[in-house]
Design a protein. Structure first.
Lengths: 428, 292
């Protein structure tokens, strides 16, 4: 018994000593860790750009360490909200424009105005695409500075064009031509167009150019009521749905197809055209390494309806309102949106920066795909930035799926989405 | 006196032993349940103790929630039928003294080892009209079968497809419980019935089924509770679509909480779901109570 007690006493002393030494032996200038959250940490080639910045920054700033923090694309907002409620959100996190009102309304993200003022205020902000910056502004505050601009364009297979007797140098410019092309390309087990019908954000990105192109909008200009009851809304909605239900230029199972499935269909030559983001050629190449994507694929503006318009997605980082190290977080933030890093990001994973000096650089102006995509940015439009958007968007996806599957007619599906949208907005 | 002191000491010791488990239960079950209950009676975006029942009132008026309740009941009922029929059939087969019995028992358990979300993804790909393997197989067997048949995009077949996947994923639990029950039925009963001239069907009806009745009730009660909460399989296979045709309560609550960020309404739905689950699990609770 006595022997046992001695042993326990000795073990306790050792444990205390080890703990004490661990504290004493810690480096004098303890590092500030900045958690840099994105869903891209496990995704090539984006991760190469992230790691390059991480290593470069950590080397140049011995007192600060960028630490990787992985999120998932599908639930990035919900996880961040849960982390914010527990006040343990990542110092810097990656989002798309739709998240800003959601997070800002709840006070989870930091107003960057004081940092921007220190950097020179308007002169500093003038380096960015002003339309892009608008999505960072909410209720008089600036919550982010854009990282990248992701407009959509029409990506098409030039070999399929030739096989269908179409000129690859003359892609369709309007809806009539587009439908004619899609019908001609639907042959030999292939389909003219890949569409998204799955319940994901990507659906809007692909639906919007047609919907807005018909002159429609989701909400009235004051953002208070649904505008889904207009003839233009029905025209745009029907156009998208009937590509599948009436014209049969879209592969079966459209409701199951997300962005990645459609890219896979393109990589495996099951579809010939797709409304796609600029990263699509790289992803298609990764899915089918045998396809010479740079030679086979080409990009063009999305065929215009009544209006020339495309979807655009703005990517940005935000700083948590709960960060314990705001100055260090800003340093990391500023470095990531610097010209050199943004240009390197383009070279690594082909994304177009919202920085004007990068957007107009020769690297982008001479790039086969990037020059087309960059030229679409001025026609870019986003969904209404209202906190109710997730509900409205869900109602719209439900309507699209119901119309695709024939559960409801396009008219009825859109009418129900109109009612659901007004309900979400609190309209009696 | 000494005996009393020992008894008191033992009682205290007993409380001490259950304390860690109790604390754990409070931390991971009772506290979150209390918070959810509180959030469900908090006004939207509100805090503190200004309470309201508006979310419950809204829930009872919400056509989507009512439709989802119906979907969930249908999903649970058909899953239970599938699990029972398949589970009992396989349990009877695997209870026979056949060569390779252990191997087949292990194989039959495989679906149980596959996580929900993985099973959902597997079935989504199997049923994919273009890249899936089911259509080519059916087309090879029945040449008239459409090569690009739509399963999950069809308003009539999406729900049965999800139920089919869930039956495949979940039958082993019922099978294992019934197999254990079958193995516990004394052989002598079958021998006696056989001597009395009972055939296979009579032996099944008068020996096997009565011998399994308690196990069947427990298995189905447990299965019902678990199927009521089924989430990842549905989310991975259809996301609740087409439209809301395959939406179940757990996916609706998830969507409401994590996509619409209407925490209060989602909490109210979760509480309603818990109440229904509690009512559904009453037979099991009563049965277990009686057994004890």
């Amino acid at each position: 018994m006595r022997h046992k007690r001695t042993l326990w006493t000795e073990l306790t002393i050792v444990a205390i000593a080890v703990t004490f030494l661990a504290f004493v032996a810690a480096p004098a200038g303890a590092q500030v860790k900045i958690r840099f959250q994105t869903w891209h940490w496990g995704e090539k080639p984006v991760v190469n750009a992230l790691e390059a910045y991480q290593q470069e920054f950590n080397r140049a700033n011995p007192g600060i360490e960028i630490v990787r923090d992985e999120s998932r694309y599908a639930d990035k907002e919900s996880v961040y909200i849960a982390q914010s409620q527990a006040k343990v959100a990542a110092d810097i996190a990656h989002f798309l424009h739709r998240a800003i009102p959601l997070l800002a309304d709840r006070g989870y993200i930091m107003d960057l105005t004081p940092f921007i003022e220190k950097e020179g205020g308007q002169k500093f902000l003038a380096q960015w695409d002003q339309a892009a910056l608008e999505v960072c502004k909410y209720k008089g505050k600036i919550y982010c500075i854009n990282d990248y601009v992701n407009p959509l364009a029409l990506l098409y297979n030039t070999v399929h064009y030739k096989e269908a007797g179409l000129d690859p140098n003359k892609p369709p410019t309007n809806w009539t031509e587009f439908l004619d092309y899609a019908k001609k390309l639907t042959r030999a087990g292939r389909y003219g167009m890949g569409l998204i019908g799955a319940r994901q954000e990507g659906l809007f990105m692909r639906l919007n150019p047609w919907f807005w192109g018909a002159g429609a909008d989701y909400l009235t200009p004051d953002l208070k009521r649904s505008a889904l009851d207009t003839p233009e809304a029905l025209e745009g909605f029907r156009w998208y749905v009937e590509l599948f239900t009436k014209h049969k230029v879209v592969p079966p199972g459209v409701i199951e197809q997300g962005a990645q499935e459609v890219r896979t269909q393109m990589a495996l030559e099951k579809v010939s055209m797709n409304v796609a983001v600029i990263q699509a050629p790289l992803i298609i190449q990764a899915i089918n390494p045998n396809m010479k994507v740079n030679e086979v694929m080409a990009a063009a503006p999305i065929p215009a309806g009544k209006k020339r318009v495309t979807s655009v997605e703005y990517g940005m980082r935000v700083i948590s309102a709960y960060t314990k190290n705001p100055e260090e977080a800003w340093k990391v933030y500023k470095g990531w949106i610097s010209k050199d890093v943004q240009l390197r990001n383009f070279k690594i994973y082909g994304v177009i920066s919202a920085r004007l000096d990068v957007k107009s650089s020769p690297d982008i102006a001479n790039h086969k795909f990037a020059k087309v995509y960059a030229a679409q940015a001025p026609y870019g439009k986003i969904e209404p930035l209202v906190p109710e958007w997730p509900k409205i968007g869900d109602a719209m996806i439900t309507a699209v799926q119901e119309a695709f599957s024939g559960v409801k007619t396009p008219e009825q599906a859109l009418k129900d989405a109109h009612i659901a949208t007004n309900r979400a907005l609190g309209v009696q | 006196m000494a005996t009393g002191r020992t008894w008191q000491h033992e009682r205290r010791l007993g409380y001490l032993f259950v304390l860690p488990a109790t604390l754990m239960l409070v931390a991971v079950l009772i506290f979150p349940a209390f918070i959810t209950l509180k959030v469900s009676v908090t006004p939207e975006g509100g805090s503190g103790w200004n309470l309201t029942l508006i979310h419950y009132q809204n829930a009872f008026r919400d056509p989507v929630l009512l439709r989802t309740f119906k979907n969930t009941f249908a999903f649970v009922a058909w899953s239970l039928v599938g699990h029972f029929v398949l589970g009992l059939g396989l349990a009877l087969a695997l209870n026979q003294a056949l060569p390779g019995q252990t191997f087949f028992r292990l194989i039959a358990l495989v679906p149980w080892t596959i996580p929900d979300v993985v099973a959902g993804i597997i079935f989504r790909w199997v049923l994919n009209p273009i890249f899936g393997c089911l259509n080519p197989l059916l087309h090879a067997i029945f040449p008239g079968f459409p090569a690009e048949f739509q399963w999950l995009s069809s308003p009539t077949l999406a729900f049965p497809s999800v139920i089919f996947a869930n039956v495949w994923r979940g039958y082993p639990l019922v099978m294992v419980m019934l197999l254990a029950g079958l193995m516990a039925i004394p052989r002598e009963l079958y021998e006696a019935a056989e001597v009395d001239g009972a055939g296979r069907v009579k032996r099944f009806l008068h020996v096997t089924l009565p011998g399994l009745s308690t196990i069947i009730l427990i298995a189905l009660a447990l299965d019902m509770v678990w199927e009521f909460r089924r989430f990842a399989l549905v989310l991975a296979m259809t996301g609740g679509g087409p439209g809301t045709l395959t939406e179940v309560l757990s996916t609706l609550v998830y969507k409401s909480y994590f996509q619409f960020f209407t925490f209060e309404y989602a909490s109210a739905m979760a509480i309603l779901m818990s109440v229904v689950l509690f009512v559904l699990s009453l037979p099991y609770i009563v049965l277990v109570g009686r057994e004890q």
